[in-house]
Design a protein around this ligand. Structure first.
Ligand SMILES: Nc1ncnc2c1ncn2[C@@H]1O[C@H](COP(=O)(O)OP(=O)(O)OP(=O)(O)O)[C@@H](O)[C@H]1O
Length: 663
């Protein structure tokens, strides 16, 4: 199926990442090592985990050396005369505790500081290993020296910022976030919660209510889900428009429904009925603010909230303040979900038709796909986050279509939400994923969400038709107890809703602050000075800071434009993405109309290069597609400047290239 030629290239050139080795006519991919682990023994710890452990140890040794030099550092630091000794000591302690706590929790200033200092090890090609750290005293003393300099910057930022604190504290004193939405406060609203495990009919019932209203809105967590509702409603003869970050399909002047992603929900319109899906994401550390603003600010008489039981208490607490009524409907799974007695015993040869094999990296997905197609004669589809939306839709449709012989689905955690897939059994190949900076266990709610996709309920006219139970298992024996423990974990009630200041407060704050202080310091101060109730936490979109730093040299950009650009959906870790964001900011500052092919960092020529294997070529297409999405995103906001004629043609070219793999 998809990327058939990719399979051959991987086979010929060895897998993308490891080397195939032939034994008894049976290739064993280094990544899976399925042959070597046939008794389900744990694959060796990856180099990333050991590097992470070594870097954390290096950091803690450096902060210890920094503390040992406290008095000499304070002596060398040039404090202004009016800074009393106790303030100097307090500043040192604040800086030191910020450094010590950063590995455990995200802090805009100290996390940024730690990553900058640790990145210097890459330049000196330091071999990260725990043994090196203890021996290599040079490194942590040079780090301690670096921390001394950073402490002196910290002191000057703090002293520069201090005179403004009183006014800024007033600006940031949002005693009750619900006061930020007066129009919603001026009406009586009712929350109807549909809570329960996955595959229990929650969304189905809420949508049924939506269909009967005169004017409604569906807000979903994914573009894919919003467009699925848009297509379904129009197919049922209900006039529905679509708004996501990257696209608007406004087919109707006065549509009955609007399908959108949660971030794009329109708080200005008045609705009869609203449906907000996956309400438990109100506590998501990056996106929770979008669900909070819908719950506090949507102007709808009836708001249906679909998702996990864990959100009930928190919504009731918020509704107490907004004086809205809450009604809770609880659901059970429409068909059973059971954990298999055994794993696949480390052998992908035990994968069955109707399985969804879950892996948490693109590389692992393609390795599994190659093994299944090459040696077990399976036809596979793939669904993962960075795959272009249209291809993901196509793959999901192919997998669901009984007429198409695609009988195994390879998926990332993208399968956890929204997509209606006829999966019989979920197979976890791993229960940990690399987050870009560290290896983390998959959170229990996500394990439950993904496992719950197994055995999707299918409506049937024949009452006697038995709904097949869903099944979930793992690739290796050692993972089974972890899976069972996760699935049996009781639901943990959510305590806090994500919160983000509205744009006008952000703008006023940044316009008031001194310009030559790093954004990371300003973000940290914003959190410290703000006074939000304990049932909220500050959402910090991790891409905001790097994007503000990228755009800093472009002087003519307004703060509002900078803040808007921090929401652009682009994976900064990918090659040339930072340069592309800078170019978008630069063109925006010039205020002259552009087309996508005017961008130096959007270069279609890469498609004509010869790649050592098709997987690299595919990655180039995905990279171009991500830039294309980002371009459509900015063109939605500045249509006269970022024109889309060329982008639409380019999209057709890229989709054709992508589809060329599927035959
Ligand atoms: N009463 C029903 N009649 C027909 N089909 C139904 C019914 N309830 C649910 N379904 C179907 O069952 C599947 C799961 O339903 P739904 O998506 O509403 O569950 P859910 O609890 O919202 O799942 P998830 O949490 O995974 O989104 C869907 O394909 C839906 O169309």
């Amino acid at each position: 199926m998809l990327f058939a030629s990719l399979r051959r290239s991987l086979h010929l050139h060895g897998s993308v990442t490891g080397h195939c080795f032939r034994t008894k006519n049976y290739y064993v991919h280094s990544f899976f090592r399925s042959f070597a682990h046939s008794r389900g023994r744990k694959p060796s710890t990856t180099s990333r985990r050991s590097r992470e452990a070594a870097q954390n140890q290096l950091w803690s040794l450096a902060t210890k050396r920094f503390l040992e030099k406290k008095h000499s550092i304070l002596k060398e630091t040039k404090f202004p005369k009016n800074v009393p000794r106790n303030t100097q000591l307090a500043l040192f302690d604040e800086f030191y505790s910020g450094c010590v706590h950063v590995p455990k929790q995200y802090d805009p200033y100290f996390t940024d500081l730690q990553s900058k200092i640790l990145q210097s090890t890459q330049r000196i090609h330091w071999k990260p290993s725990v043994e090196n750290v203890t021996k290599d005293t040079r490194l942590h003393s040079s780090f301690a020296e670096r921390l001394k300099l950073e402490f002196q910057n910290f002191v000057s930022h703090t002293l520069m910022f201090e005179p403004l604190e009183k006014d800024l504290r007033k600006l940031l004193d949002v005693e009750w976030p619900h006061d930020l939405y007066p129009p919603a406060r001026s009406m009586r609203r009712k929350f109807i919660m549909h809570v329960g495990p996955t595959n229990s009919g929650k969304t189905h019932n809420a949508i049924n209510k939506l269909k009967t209203c005169k004017k409604g809105i569906f807000a979903g967590p994914l573009r894919l889900l919003a467009s699925e509702i848009y297509i379904r409603m129009n197919a049922e003869g209900i006039k529905c428009n679509l708004v996501t970050g990257e696209e608007v399909k406004a087919d109707y002047e006065n549509p009955q429904l609007l399908a959108c992603t949660v971030e794009m929900a329109d708080l200005h319109q008045q609705y009869d009925v609203a449906v907000i899906d996956e309400i438990q994401l109100i506590s998501d550390e990056n996106r929770g603010w979008a669900w909070t603003q819908c719950v506090l600010g949507l102007r709808a008489k009836e708001i249906h909230l679909c998702g996990e039981e864990s959100a009930v208490e928190l919504i009731k607490k918020l509704a107490e303040k907004t004086l809205d009524e809450v009604e809770v409907h609880r659901y059970e799974r429409l068909n059973a979900l059971r954990v298999s007695k055994t794993s696949l015993n480390g052998d992908l040869g035990n994968v069955k038709d109707g399985d969804c094999v879950v892996a948490f990296s693109r590389r692992a997905i393609f390795e599994a796909k190659n093994t299944l197609e090459e040696f077990h004669n399976k036809k596979c589809c793939v669904v993962y986050g960075s795959l272009p939306l249209e291809i993901r839709k196509q793959q999901a449709t192919d997998f669901n279509d009984p007429k198409i012989p695609a009988n195994v689905l390879l998926a990332s955690d993208a399968v956890g939400m929204g997509l209606n897939l006829s999966i019989q059994r979920v197979v976890f190949t791993s229960l940990a994923k690399f987050t870009g900076s560290s290896f983390e266990d998959i959170p229990v709610p996500l394990i439950k969400q993904i496992a719950g996709r197994a055995g999707r309920y299918k409506a049937s006219n024949n009452q006697d038709e038995k709904q097949s139970a869903g099944e979930v298992t793992c690739l290796y024996d050692y993972q089974m107890p972890i899976l069972k423990r996760a699935l049996s974990q009781p639901i943990r009630m959510l305590k806090q809703a994500g919160f983000m200041f509205p744009d006008d407060i952000w703008c006023e704050y940044f316009l008031t602050c001194p310009q030559d202080i790093p954004y990371s310091f300003l973000f940290r101060k914003m959190i410290l000075l703000s006074n939000i109730p304990p049932c909220f936490f500050h959402c910090l979109i991790k891409s905001q800071l790097p994007i503000l730093e990228i755009l800093k040299p472009i002087e003519t950009l307004t703060i509002r434009e900078r803040l808007l650009l921090t929401n652009i959906p682009i994976p900064l870790r990918w090659p040339t993405m930072k340069e592309f964001v800078y170019e978008i900011g630069e063109k925006l500052s010039l205020c002259t109309p552009v087309q996508l092919n005017d961008f130096e960092h959007f270069n279609l020529d890469v498609l004509n290069h010869k790649y050592k294997n098709q997987s690299d070529f595919l990655q180039q297409i995905e990279l171009l597609y991500k830039k294309l999405d980002a371009y459509f995103w900015i063109s939605l906001r500045f249509p006269c400047m970022f024109q889309t004629e060329a982008a639409i043609d380019i999209k057709k070219i890229l989709l054709k290239k992508l589809n060329s793999f599927s035959h």
